[in-house]
Design a binder for this molecule. Structure first.
Ligand SMILES: *[C@@H]1O[C@H](CO)[C@@H](O)[C@H](O)[C@H]1NC(C)=O
Ligand SMILES: *[C@@H]1O[C@H](CO)[C@@H](O)[C@H](O)[C@H]1NC(C)=O
Ligand SMILES: *[C@@H]1O[C@H](CO)[C@@H](O)[C@H](O)[C@H]1NC(C)=O
Ligand SMILES: *[C@@H]1O[C@H](CO)[C@@H](O)[C@H](O)[C@H]1NC(C)=O
Ligand SMILES: *[C@@H]1O[C@H](CO)[C@@H](O)[C@H](O)[C@H]1NC(C)=O
Ligand SMILES: *[C@@H]1O[C@H](CO)[C@@H](O)[C@H](O)[C@H]1NC(C)=O
Ligand SMILES: *[C@@H]1O[C@H](CO)[C@@H](O)[C@H](O)[C@H]1NC(C)=O
Ligand SMILES: *[C@@H]1O[C@H](CO)[C@@H](O)[C@H](O)[C@H]1NC(C)=O
Ligand SMILES: *[C@@H]1O[C@H](CO)[C@@H](O)[C@H](O)[C@H]1NC(C)=O
Ligand SMILES: *[C@@H]1O[C@H](CO)[C@@H](O)[C@H](O)[C@H]1NC(C)=O
Ligand SMILES: *[C@@H]1O[C@H](CO)[C@@H](O)[C@H](O)[C@H]1NC(C)=O
Length: 699
């Protein structure tokens, strides 16, 4: 990864010592720095900033960068109107937030609007079993009302979005249309009038359209127009005019909004939910370098099943009940499996899942006749909030344990873009590429070889990922097809892993350093991984050669890397006062390769356990700085042989996630002394979900 530079509930569920913020509503399990609302892709990423706690109706939702994405909501109860979502200037009575709860896929608020409680559920599906569903960048908003005073009440709900969802510059002109009736839907579509494919501005894409849709059932009305007019219409009348504003203009010019109202009728016990779909779609989605001809234009995979966006949205909305059931199942599965590690870990896993998936997009190419080649599946990942590059190898590596857990086939789709590109021979270096392009969504490669060099890091990562995929699935296709490439990287490690030259590791912001012990660990495990790969292809000579190098290096490494007093591994050879988190040992566990003896794990466990540190948020990454990265705390926790040390590392990260200081989507880079966060936010890698891997049996 590259960088330029009631509370009662909450406290009961948090680990000991966690300082939680004290909003006036109950939280379960806690108030994170920002609450995921619609988080499904690099460009559908809406959050409610928290810090000390914002109610759903005291702040605007924001894109992960902090730019507002307008999303407002009112509820009318017997003609009295309450605001429940956003901070619109057309005021109504403020609904009172009663509770907030999150699971892996859902954020749920209960907003009391006088005699009615409105349940506001934001569901961002995670669909590892289904490429069509996973690749459809839409979220659900569902609203249901229930009387809280025993009487029946007339209830109408309202929600709108602004055009801020389609650009990083609100001075640009948008245009829009509303279609009513097709597919039994009412759909607002909005986009920039000037489209710029593959171009980001302030990390928002300047291409494609936002869609906001609901079923065209009785009692649904719509309207587009200036924010204050459309909102005032509902506040005054609890119904919209089914009218369209056709004066296309800049996003911030008399702020056009795209609204729905829905009449829930007379509500006593909980009403049937009214469901909205909100998404952002562009086509083509990705540019990808292939060995011949121009850049390949790739589409989101769901297009293999639908010929119009209306059909796709109709399928998505029609599937809501099943989608909710699948979401509840995955929520329960993550929670149950992660609780087997610890409760703290389960809370972090639940907070991380949506953003781990929303960094990536599953794509497909077209045949020469224009039809889709559904067998050509590639998944690309954006390095959100640092370099913004495409499919950074060490970023995919950090998410990797999650793929092994949910569906290793997704891991294959994440690796293929790098493997195909490098097998084509266009990348000139002897080591693995760092990423596939400096700016998402342009996977244009680095044929000049001038990408950020992390030679030992990325060679080790690729070998470790390819082997673990093969181990999990029994599918030998990667190791057979790309054997020569893997062999080249392994050879590079033979030459470079024991004494890594002055170079970057994944923790690039810490700078270059020679003889990094943690890099040597990764390189040696990578060599050993190649031995396993050779074995699996029936190449006994190759397997034995690599195994013997790995064994010899592991033994030499222990002498080089252990401090003179024998109490810990150093950060770099020979520097006795240095140390760091040896998180790369985790790969040895994940692969079951046992390159390093138990004594190394025990030595480090005891050192971490005794570390003299005033840090309250886990341990520093290494002695160069007081900062750390949340995912490496978790990976390190997965390597220790003592549950107290493990829980203390995990607890530090939970404290960071729940301490109320930040209002940015959960990032990974932070100060272990005071829990302040660095520039990274909404990172797909945020928690590095190692602990789940061991919970799933090998297939
Ligand atoms: C994993 O994903 C592949 C590709 O979409 C799919 O065929 C398979 O059924 C999935 N497996 C599981 C266990 O979800
Ligand atoms: C935003 O768009 C306006 C209007 O086209 C333009 O003047 C301005 O330079 C743009 N700002 C950025 C940061 O692109
Ligand atoms: C809006 O702009 C897009 C992109 O330029 C264009 O294709 C589309 O026809 C326009 N739509 C309307 C309703 O003007
Ligand atoms: C819980 O995790 C342990 C390993 O830490 C494993 O042996 C056990 O089978 C797991 N239990 C369940 C119910 O998954
Ligand atoms: C479709 O994609 C697969 C996988 O990349 C490839 O092997 C196959 O040749 C492609 N089919 C066509 C018709 O190009
Ligand atoms: C790396 O460590 C080896 C062995 O301790 C030493 O000989 C070499 O000089 C070190 N390299 C650098 C660049 O410090
Ligand atoms: C692969 O490893 C297994 C287990 O060590 C061994 O029995 C087998 O002979 C090896 N196969 C080859 C081709 O090296
Ligand atoms: C066996 O593995 C070694 C090392 O990877 C390689 O050089 C050799 O070409 C392989 N042999 C075969 C028959 O693939
Ligand atoms: C040893 O490591 C410490 C902490 O990382 C660093 O401040 C110091 O400069 C290093 N010493 C040498 C000789 O590299
Ligand atoms: C860590 O923070 C303490 C307290 O601010 C400071 O004295 C120390 O120099 C810092 N350590 C490093 C390695 O930056
Ligand atoms: C971890 O290893 C150390 C050293 O061998 C041993 O004393 C300790 O009992 C182990 N802890 C656990 C929980 O196994």
């Amino acid at each position: 990864m590259f960088s330029a530079s009631s509370i009662v509930t909450a406290v009961a569920l948090l680990g000991a010592g966690v300082v939680s913020t004290s909003p006036s509503w109950t939280t379960n399990p806690f108030n994170p720095a920002a609450i995921p609302l619609a988080v499904r892709s690099p460009y559908l990423s809406a959050w409610l900033p928290q810090g000390g706690g914002n109610a759903l109706n005291t702040a605007w939702p924001t894109f992960w960068t902090g730019m507002i994405v307008g999303w407002a909501g009112y509820v009318s109860v017997d003609g009295n109107v309450f605001t429940f979502l956003g901070a619109p200037s057309v005021t109504a009575t403020q609904a009172v937030q009663k509770s907030f709860q999150f699971t892996s896929t859902q954020s749920t608020f209960v907003m009391t609007a006088g005699p009615v409680d409105l349940t506001v559920n934001f569901l961002s599906p995670v669909e590892p079993a289904d490429l069509v569903k996973q690749s459809f960048p839409f979220s659900y908003l569902s609203l249901s009302a229930a009387s809280n005073d025993g009487s029946s009440h007339a209830v109408q709900v309202y929600t709108d979005i602004s055009a801020e969802w389609v650009t990083g510059n609100v001075s640009l002109v948008a245009n829009w249309t509303t279609t009513a009736g097709d597919n039994n839907l009412v759909t607002h579509q909005v986009q920039l009038a000037t489209q710029e494919p593959f171009t980001e501005l302030n990390d928002q894409i300047q291409h494609g359209s936002a869609f906001f849709s609901t079923g065209s059932t009785q009692g649904v009305t719509y309207q587009t127009g200036e924010d204050v007019q459309v909102r005032a219409q509902f506040v005054q009348s609890s119904v919209l005019l089914n009218s369209q504003d056709t004066q296309f203009r800049a996003v911030s010019d008399k702020w056009p909004v795209f609204a729905f109202a829905s009449d829930l009728g007379s509500v006593s016990t909980s009403s049937t939910p009214v469901v909205f779909a909100l998404g952002h779609v562009r086509d083509p989605a990705i540019q990808y370098i292939t060995s011949d001809g121009p850049l390949q234009e790739r589409s989101l995979y769901f297009w293999t099943q639908f010929s119009t966006i209306g059909d796709a949205i109709a399928s998505f909305l029609g599937d809501y009940t099943n989608a909710l059931a699948r979401a509840n199942a995955i929520d329960n599965q993550i929670s149950t499996d992660a609780r087997n590690v610890s409760l703290d870990y389960a809370e972090l896993a639940s907070l991380s899942l949506r953003q781990a998936f929303a960094g990536s997009e599953v794509t497909v190419s077209k045949n020469s006749d224009g039809s889709f080649n559904a067998s050509d599946v590639l998944m690309f990942t954006k390095e959100i909030s640092s370099s913004g590059s495409v499919s950074t190898v060490d970023m995919v590596y950090t998410i990797w344990p999650l793929y092994l857990y949910v569906n290793a086939t997704l891991g294959k789709y994440a690796l293929l873009p790098m493997l195909n590109y490098q097998a084509s021979g266009q990348y000139p270096n002897a080591w693995s590429v760092h990423d596939l392009g400096s700016h998402y969504p342009e996977a244009t490669g680095h044929n000049d070889g001038k990408d950020i060099a992390m030679p030992v890091e990325e060679c080790g990562n690729m070998l470790i990922m390819v082997l673990s995929y093969t181990q999990r699935t029994g599918d030998n296709s990667l190791i057979v097809t790309y054997y020569d490439l893997l062999d080249k990287w392994a050879q590079f490690l033979v030459d470079n892993a024991l004494h890594p030259s002055n170079q970057l590791s994944s923790d690039a912001f810490a700078g270059v350093l020679a003889n990094q012990t943690n890099l040597a660990i990764k390189g040696i495990i990578g060599i050993r991984a190649m031995s396993e790969i050779a074995n699996m292809t029936g190449n006994s000579t190759g397997s034995q050669q690599y195994a013997s190098v790995a064994t010899s290096y592991a033994s030499q490494f222990q002498k080089l890397a252990t401090s003179t007093d024998g109490k810990h591994l150093t950060l770099s050879y020979g520097n006795d006062s240095s140390w760091g988190l040896s998180y790369n040992l985790y790969a040895d566990r994940m692969l079951g390769t046992n390159v390093f003896p138990a004594s190394i794990y025990e030595l480090q466990t005891s050192w971490y356990g005794n570390a003299d540190t005033s840090s309250q948020f886990g341990l520093p990454l290494d002695t160069r700085n007081n900062f750390s990265l949340s995912q490496w705390e978790i990976w390190t926790a997965a390597t220790v042989n003592d549950t107290t040390v493990r829980d203390s590392l995990v607890g530090g990260v939970l404290k960071l996630a729940a301490d109320g200081k930040s209002s940015k989507p959960f990032g990974d880079w932070y100060d272990t002394l005071d829990g302040s966060v660095n520039s990274f936010a909404a990172r797909p890698v945020v928690v590095g979900l190692t602990g789940l891997v061991s919970q799933r049996k090998r297939v």
